[in-house]
Design a protein around this ligand. Structure first.
Ligand code: GLU
Length: 308
């Protein structure tokens, strides 16, 4: 099988150590299997993403010493230019009778959420799935622009994560009908990521474990669209001393501060140490880590990085 890996960051802020760890491990996983590597820019949200942030991101990855065979700032690898593919996936789901308009406001959505939401994410009750044609027309006449949801079955999906093992979710109970297009027309991450991974031939997805709970619905979407889902590998998140995961808001751990403090090889060595590939932070180039990389060495629980 031809292996294709990818790193798919959102240019919504400067990358932090956790994003870099993900980039490095995705690259090592693909290169270690002799595969190709894609950099896809997930700039769907025009309010949060910008071209200058995408340029910065590409520059930061190159600085670290990573390379890719396809993508980067190329037109067809930026999600903001890929609406035709998402529209096509949307239509296929619509033909299957799985798509319906949802007129709920955010407040109504929360109020209409089932109480047994998992991991803090509300499970939508399916209220708008039950609207009659007349009720829909009334909403349209009142000027309500709908978001679009996909109707999930009462089905249990078992994901065999390549690193974390078995992860099980009942789509109806634990996830609920989810949004694939926002009411302002912006395509939702869940649909875009599936269409892109499928159309780009991605076979191996490496990403942070905050996305593990999205994986069952993504596997299901792949199947609904007639694709074979990729293999998924979720890696631990990096946290500060209080256990709070790093976010793009933690400016002291972002690439600006890291580039001022470390050389690329020092930073790569630090990441390799967090990933369990070495006993102590030792300067290294990404390519030198390929023979050392194995998922068996990578911790499964979140890693505290304190103030590196
Ligand atoms: N764009 C997402 C992020 O930056 C990652 C999506 C994915 O890897 O599936 O968090």
């Amino acid at each position: 099988m031809k292996v294709v890996g990818r790193f798919a960051p959102s240019p919504s802020g400067r990358m932090h150590l956790g994003n870099l760890l993900c980039a490095l491990l995705a690259w090592l996983d693909a290169r270690g299997r002799g595969g190709r590597f894609i950099l896809r820019i997930e700039d769907l949200d025009p309010d949060r993403c910008s071209q200058s942030r995408a340029e910065q991101l590409v520059d930061d990855l190159r600085w670290l010493g990573l390379d890719w065979d396809e993508g980067g700032l190329e037109h067809d690898y930026c999600q903001s230019n890929r609406g035709v593919s998402y529209q096509w996936a949307f239509e296929r789901l619509r033909e299957l009778g799985l798509v319906y308009p949802c007129y709920c406001t955010r407040a109504e959505r929360l109020a209409a959420s089932a109480p047994h939401a998992r991991e803090g994410a509300p499970v939508y009750s399916g209220r708008c799935a039950r609207l009659s044609q007349t009720e829909r027309e009334m909403m349209e006449q009142a000027g309500r622009a709908p978001a679009w949801r996909v109707r999930v079955p009462d089905e249990t999906v078992v994901v065999e994560d390549g690193h974390l093992g078995c992860y099980i979710q009942n789509l109806k109970r634990d996830c609920g009908d989810f949004i694939i297009r926002r009411s302002d027309g912006v395509w939702a991450y869940q649909l875009a990521v599936v269409a892109d991974d499928a159309l780009m031939g991605v076979t191996h997805v490496v990403r942070g474990s905050d996305l593990l709970s999205s994986t069952p619905r993504q596997e299901w979407l792949h199947q609904m669209l007639g694709y074979k889902p990729p293999r998924y590998f979720h890696l631990p998140l990096l946290t500060d001393l209080t256990g709070r995961r790093l976010s793009k808001r933690d400016r002291d751990l972002d690439m600006g501060a890291l580039r001022a403090r470390y050389t690329p090889m020092e930073l790569t060595g630090l990441l390799a140490w967090y990933a369990g590939l070495s006993d102590c932070p030792k300067s290294a180039e990404p390519a030198q880590l390929i023979p050392l990389f194995s998922w068996a060495k990578v911790p499964k629980n979140n890693v505290i990085v304190g103030c590196p």
